[in-house]
Design a protein around this ligand. Structure first.
Ligand code: ATP
Length: 588
């Protein structure tokens, strides 16, 4: 397929934010695509080369791209930088530059999607001292044969700035329409995606084998499964109402969720957002295989920092000291952990996900041997409010943050948040009832003691319908000196000249960031707002929702992707929940 077809399609997609139109453009593109490259097209649409869990990163910096454009066009880097400053978008700048050049030269040959993809993959694989020169060579040779429009999108993919605003659900809708004739079949594709976490593979399968192929999707060892998530409840009463007469209660530990895939000595660890994390946990990789009494296994656990002397669980922040590139050995000794298993999804070449909770727990205890380092998450079968309260008390005393309540008869539902798992946190009983995980979209320079750092941050929710980040509050409290430094270090390199179009904000920040960081905040209330944009029109026309007295909890949620941040729906539910609570208080 010619790359020009793809770039023209991208160009159309960039010009709309309407989901129905985007779906239509995708359907047209998929119908034109040869089946052997459809997975590549699906990755490219998302600005990727491979599924996230493979960790293939292009890692091309602006400076290097400018040198490549200069090499291919013969135009000095100074002029390219000037053009870049004007538009704030290097992809656009390169198309303007090449526009000038193509007026005087002939294009050598048409470039194909296959060639662009292969070259990008080669670039991603380059490392070491000579890699810069090689990258420039590869990029400029592509640009030599590219039209200005093609160059624009090649550059955007290389720099990680392709933003077509297409959510995964939209891709699946379009695949269902193009290859099965009906959007209704999205459900099956969703299942295949949940167990494989690989939209490219789902696309290729439905294109070549139809729904029959999709139905054969199974959990595979070393291929991460999208995690099952929990709904929140505010009280023991609400939990009993939703769960019925008998269910499991487990400690809700405050650590990092880890999905372990193990066969013999081979151990692969995935985070909640399905990134590889073996490098942070060499102790898990080394020690856990000897606890496994099966040929192969997939498990879920919460890794938690512990006080080695008392065995007490320590808060999440302690564990985050492990998230570093260097001196890992030192961190492993200084911040010891335990691995607390709560689920089993696969064992001896077979999936266990469709078994009910009780059977899964039984298998977990059969195939994993406990010791000081590897533990089962404490669990108790509960029947009523009093029993939940008693277990909650134990859980809090042990240093955990509350309980997870799980239905005994239900299977593991990959990738879905539902009422078969509920979370009941201790602090749910006060004020808003829950913390929110919000995306940092803008920054305000600090004054006085905070000079030289960001004194306040502009935060947004994730609007998963439109793939945007509408603002919800400006937060300036809850920051320690240490956290201000840490946040400045993380955010400073993410400053962009031009605001990402997915950021929806009327409030003007001093700087705008590439939306990548998620932090946790609490607040006293959610109010209607004329300024903030979260859930605009959902409660009242032309009004958004905002947090009142927001406060940073100290948690930078590095394990969360921006797509995992609190959504508009969650904020609306919290808003409605507080209304209902106030109504009930007034009646008493
Ligand atoms: P999400 O619900 O989207 O995961 P979150 O990370 O903010 O969002 P939490 O309120 O922290 O959600 O609750 C869910 C998380 O709790 C899980 O992802 C997991 O990391 C952790 N967890 C702790 N104990 C358990 C347990 N016993 N069972 C399942 N998850 C647990």
């Amino acid at each position: 397929m010619k790359f020009s077809i793809l770039s023209e399609s991208f160009n159309k997609m960039e010009s709309t934010t309407k989901r129905t139109e985007l779906t239509q453009f995708l359907v047209e593109l998929f119908e034109e695509t040869r089946h052997d490259i459809i997975s590549k097209i699906v990755y490219l649409i998302q600005g990727k080369l491979r599924p996230d869990f493979e960790g293939v990163e292009l890692g091309v910096a602006d400076r290097l791209a400018i040198r490549a454009i200069s090499k291919s066009s013969g135009i000095p880097t100074k002029n390219i930088q000037e053009e870049y400053r004007k538009s704030g978008d290097l992809g656009h700048a390169s198309s303007v530059i090449l526009e000038q050049k193509t007026q005087t030269t002939f294009l050598a040959q048409d470039i194909t999607v296959q060639r662009v993809y292969d070259t990008l993959l080669k670039i991603a694989g380059l490392g070491g001292s000579r890699s810069q020169d090689m990258k420039i060579k590869y990029i400029s040779s592509l640009l030599n044969d590219a039209t200005p429009l093609e160059a624009r999108f090649i550059l955007k993919i290389l720099l990680g700035t392709l933003r077509l605003g297409i959510a995964e659900n939209t891709v699946m809708d379009a695949l269902a329409i193009a290859f099965t004739g009906s959007k209704e079949n999205r459900k099956q594709l969703q299942y295949a995606y949940n167990v494989s976490s690989d939209l490219g593979r789902v696309a290729e399968t439905v294109a070549t084998k139809g729904l029959e192929g999709i139905e054969k999707f199974e959990i595979k060892l070393f291929n991460p499964i999208r995690p099952m998530l929990a709904d929140r409840v505010k009280s023991e009463d609400e939990a009993v109402e939703k769960m019925g007469s008998e269910f499991a209660a487990e400690y809700k530990l405050d650590g990092e969720r880890v999905q372990l895939h193990i066969e013999g000595e081979k151990v692969v660890l995935f985070s909640r957002s399905l990134e590889r994390i073996e490098s942070y946990y060499p102790d898990i990789v080394e020690k856990i295989p000897k606890n496994i009494q099966a040929e192969n296994i997939i498990l879920e656990a919460e890794a938690v920092a512990v006080n080695e002397d008392t065995g007490e669980f320590l808060p999440f922040q302690e564990l985050m000291h492990r998230r570093r590139k260097y001196k890992i050995k030192e961190a492993v000794t200084k911040y010891p952990i335990t691995v607390n298993f709560f689920d089993i999804l696969y064992c001896n070449d077979k999936s266990c996900a469709e078994l009910d909770y009780a059977k899964r727990r039984e298998r977990l205890e059969k195939f994993v041997k406990e010791d000081e380092f590897a533990r089962y998450i404490p669990m108790s079968i509960v029947r009523n409010k009093n029993e939940i309260e008693d277990f909650m008390e134990n859980s809090i005393n042990a240093g955990s943050e509350g309980l997870m309540l799980k239905s005994l008869e239900k299977p593991y539902q990959a990738g879905s948040r539902g009422s078969h798992w509920l979370k009941l946190k201790r602090e749910y009983r006060n004020e808003l009832g829950d913390s929110l995980d919000l995306v940092v979209i803008g920054g305000f320079f600090g004054k006085g003691r905070r000079k030289g750092r960001y004194g306040a941050l502009l935060l947004g929710t994730y609007d998963d319908e439109n793939d945007t980040f509408p603002s919800i509050c400006k937060v300036g409290t809850g920051f320690s000196d240490e956290s201000l430094d840490q946040i400045y270090q993380i955010l400073h390199p993410k400053v962009v000249i031009k605001r990402d179009p997915r950021i929806i904000s009327e409030m003007e920040a001093d700087v705008w960031f590439e939306p990548e960081l998620v932090i946790e905040v609490v607040a006293s209330e959610i109010t209607l707002s004329p300024i903030h944009k979260a859930a605009t029109d959902a409660i009242r026309k032309d009004a958004g929702l905002a947090l009142r007295f927001p406060k940073f909890t100290g948690k930078v949620r590095v394990e969360k992707a921006v797509e995992d941040a609190s959504t508009n729906e969650e904020v609306i539910a919290l808003y409605r929940g507080q209304k209902k609570a106030a109504h009930e208080r007034n009646r008493m």
